[in-house]
Design a protein around this ligand. Structure first.
Ligand code: CA
Length: 454
């Protein structure tokens, strides 16, 4: 008989079957850890096609009518309260204070370092694995630890200190160059040498489901002599993914490109809303300002790089060669399918784009190496958005500006209406998932309803 006082880390897992004979059959890459094993299943129910099988184990912040904000994970439609799990001793051998999970952001947990987040994720994989009866049979703990997804409100997973928006899709940068500058020289001379970006604003980053008012501001029509003030007529989405810094640096320190992924906690879907008419009038000479900071919306579950490991792919060939501090080798892109849908008020969802994160010209390691090469410090919880993720074909463009090509090719909606940009009370929905040989790791969705100007 097992001693009840014995914690799960000290022999409590001896009921777990050996996994030595369950090496991945699809790939021999050494970095693949056992949590990715496609043959794993959970004793928690996972609906077919779920983004959240036991191989995902994302992190987020939940709130319920009974529970204060706290860190959580998710398998299928069941939310796992990490504070309660810690308080009941299931992480006792990691020496984590349970209170680190009792927070309205993941920042304190992330600050414990990658070995700790990895250990927690691995422990969740073990505890909820179908053949492990340890927690499954401790039914009295279930009502404390497990919450139905219907009963939780998701909060923004991190407190974002700083936000950078890159511009790393060559298809997007080329489309913008063709539309607004010179089709013959669509890319500016620096574009293939620098992961171009700008410092955005973190105060207006909100979680999925938060409605955003149409911004007001200055615009100037091409044929007008003077600018006017009023609601933007060109509210757009930008299909992006954002990574979250998992490790801080000191001022003066640079993150070497080869180590950069060690500084990444995980990724979210990101809708970087933009007002094109405001942007167009204001952006010369210092770049985006009020056209880009009235709302950027993140999905609530942070999916770790460990979970995404099986979906690595080679990025586009970089020609000309980049400077040594930006050179990477191996599979640095991620094959994540991305959909954008628009749902008019009272109407049905309509797919307007199907893109993929794998198209990015600059990878995340290069972005972070460049961000810090001058000695700029970074902090846990910082957010780094990819820039609009456009693919090579018009059905894979990542913004309405490109899809409707500056308004010249309006998108027909099922209700007979047309869209050049986003209308009041439209909801923009972005979904993302990676899928390979029966294993699907998803992000859920990021939804944003555009309300009329205040
Ligand atoms: Ca952007």
């Amino acid at each position: 008989m097992r001693n009840e006082r014995e914690g799960p880390g000290k022999g409590g897992f001896q009921t777990r079957p050996s996994t030595d004979n369950r090496q991945p059959t699809t790939d021999n890459r050494q970095q693949m850890n056992n949590t990715n094993n496609p043959s794993l299943s959970s004793w928690l129910p996972v609906p077919p096609g779920s983004d959240f099988p036991i191989q995902n184990i994302p992190f987020g912040i939940i709130l319920t009518k009974d529970l204060s904000p706290r860190a959580a994970s998710r398998i299928g439609d069941t939310v796992i309260d990490l504070y309660s799990l810690a308080a009941l001793g299931y992480f006792h051998d990691f020496h984590i204070e349970p209170d680190v999970f009792l927070s309205s952001s993941l920042n304190n947990f992330i600050s414990l370092g990658k070995p700790t987040w990895r250990a927690v994720r691995n422990r969740l994989s073990e505890l909820f694995e179908a053949r492990n009866s340890f927690l499954r049979d401790r039914v009295k703990d279930h009502s404390t630890i497990l919450v139905d997804i219907q009963d939780v409100e998701m909060l923004l997973p991190v407190k974002v200190g700083d936000y950078t928006d890159f511009y790393s899709s060559i298809e997007h940068a080329t489309n913008v160059g063709i539309m607004f500058r010179d089709p013959a020289n669509a890319l500016l001379p620096n574009w293939k040498h620098i992961p171009v970006g700008y410092h955005g604003r973190s105060s207006s980053i909100v979680v999925s489901g938060t409605p955003v008012h149409r911004p007001k501001g200055q615009t100037k029509a091409d044929d007008a002599e003077l600018p006017e003030f009023g609601p933007s007529k060109q509210v757009d989405f930008e299909l992006e993914m954002a990574f979250i810094a998992g490790k801080s640096t000191s001022l003066g320190e640079s993150v070497p490109v080869r180590d950069a992924e060690e500084y990444i906690f995980g990724l979210v879907l990101f809708n970087d809303l933009s007002a094109r008419d405001i942007q167009k009038w204001e952006y010369v000479p210092l770049g985006p300002f009020l056209g880009k900071n009235f709302g950027s919306v993140a999905s609530p579950w942070v999916v770790t790089l460990d979970a995404l490991e099986p979906f690595r792919v080679q990025g586009p060939k970089q020609e000309p060669a980049v400077l040594p501090y930006l050179q990477t080798s191996g599979e640095r892109n991620l094959n994540i399918q991305l959909d954008v849908l628009i749902r008019p008020e009272g109407g049905a969802e309509h797919l307007v784009s199907h893109s993929n994160f794998k198209f990015m010209y600059w990878n995340m390691a290069q972005q972070l190496a460049h961000q810090t090469v001058n000695g700029c410090n970074i902090n846990v919880g910082d957010m780094y958005a990819s820039g609009t993720i456009s693919g090579p074909t018009p059905d894979s463009f990542g913004s309405m500006m490109e899809i409707a090509w500056k308004g010249t090719k309006p998108v027909g909606m099922p209700d007979g209406s047309e869209r050049k940009f986003i209308h009041d009370n439209d909801t923009v929905i972005m979904r993302g998932y990676a899928e390979r040989e029966g294993l699907r790791i998803g992000f859920g969705e990021v939804t944003t309803r555009i309300l009329p100007a205040k």
